[in-house]
Write a protein that binds this ligand. Structure first.
Ligand code: ZN
Length: 364
């Protein structure tokens, strides 16, 4: 069986915004809500490119720059109402995973400004506004997924996924990622490896998703090694990392993620660990689990990606900074119930038990 649906028009390459966005804007009159974080949209040059294209088309832009790392649902509500009141007919997310994920939830609130939090998660909505995404990091793959991860009013990260949240089009220009600090290059690279591995070692994986996942890892090996060694990355390296992030996104489109992502949310919520790192710390555990129970699948990935299991583990460990906290036993026990019968955890090949998660967290 190979089910697959991915309706996003993707433009990845130099000048993607200037060359391809004008055509796609023809079916919109504006105003357009631009969703950004505090600085990366500006610093990368992406915001200026989008503003230039909009002004050429005589389309008015309204800017919401209140999205922060691990975006809040309350910010999405606020931005959605802003778009609704301004009569916007399109949302454009510009930045890394946070603004791009937020743009999808904002598109829901722009169409249904009165929606409560419960109604939002219960999907009491049908047609969100259309979304374009402009990526400025190479990690999340949000450009090609239905996923919007936002933090609810209790402080918990929720991964909302729905085919109505597919962006209409995505634009990625590797030049935007040239200004990324080393720490972000490493943590977003770790996120890509996590997407690819969790997808490959997933019950829902098929021929297409496995090919994309393995190719994603193959593409990022050399540039990520360079980054770990502190060598400067060329535009070619940045292009490879960006394409790897898109391939990782395509892979999780089919499968979703597995236990490292779901358990990783907790490290981000409680200890502020950057998303990619919070997931990648658990990848060595995933590798052991697969080696023990599905050795042929393990070999299939490492062969297709062109890297040995040991070398891939070394590459992953090289992206991880030292974590400056220890989890207490009480903290772990209090959190464990959230992973009981959790769909993402269970979609790991062979499943993953609460006991295994307990041991993994204790030994972190
Ligand atoms: Zn991720």
């Amino acid at each position: 069986m190979m089910n697959f649906y991915m309706p996003v028009q993707v433009f990845a390459g130099k000048n993607a915004v200037k060359d391809h966005m004008p055509d796609l804007l023809k079916s919109f009159r504006g105003p357009v809500l631009l969703v950004t974080g505090a600085s990366s949209a500006k610093k990368s040059g992406a915001l200026d490119d989008v503003l230039a294209v909009l002004s050429e088309q005589n389309i008015k832009a309204v800017i919401y720059d209140g999205i922060r790392e691990n975006p809040l649902l309350s910010s999405c509500m606020e931005a959605g109402r802003m778009a609704h009141d301004a009569g916007c007919d399109l949302i454009i997310g510009i930045g890394g995973g946070s603004p791009m994920d937020a743009a999808k939830s904002i598109a829901v609130y722009a169409a249904y400004p009165g929606l409560t939090e419960e109604e939002f998660y219960a999907k009491k909505w049908t047609a969100p506004l259309p979304v374009f995404e402009v990526g400025t990091t190479s990690g999340t793959g949000s450009e090609v997924t239905t996923v919007s991860v936002v933090t609810d009013s209790t402080g918990r990260k929720h991964s909302m996924s729905d085919s109505r949240l597919y962006p209409k089009a995505s634009f990625g220009d590797p030049r935007y990622t040239m200004t990324l600090p080393l720490s972000v290059t490493l943590s977003t690279g770790a996120d890509v490896i996590a997407h690819c591995m969790e997808s490959f070692f997933n019950k829902k994986a098929n021929e297409f998703s496995r090919a994309a996942a393995a190719r994603g890892i193959r593409l990022l090996i050399e540039p990520l090694k360079k980054a770990e060694n502190g060598e400067p990355l060329t535009l070619e390296d940045r292009s490879a990392l960006y394409e790897a992030s898109i391939l990782g996104g395509l892979a999780i489109c089919v499968t979703g993620t597995a236990f490292p992502h779901n358990v990783g949310y907790f490290l981000t919520e409680r200890h502020g660990v950057p998303h990619g790192i919070a997931c990648a710390v658990f990848l060595p555990r995933l590798m052991e689990h697969i080696r023990r129970n599905f050795p042929e699948t393990a070999d299939a990935l490492y062969d297709a990606a062109g890297i040995s299991e040991e070398d891939l583990k070394t590459l992953i460990l090289g992206t991880l900074p030292a974590l400056d906290f220890r989890l207490t036993e009480e903290e772990i026990e209090a959190e464990l119930p959230r992973w009981e019968n959790n769909r993402t955890v269970m979609s790991t090949l062979g499943g993953y038990t609460l006991d295994e998660i307990r041991v993994m967290l204790k030994e972190l």
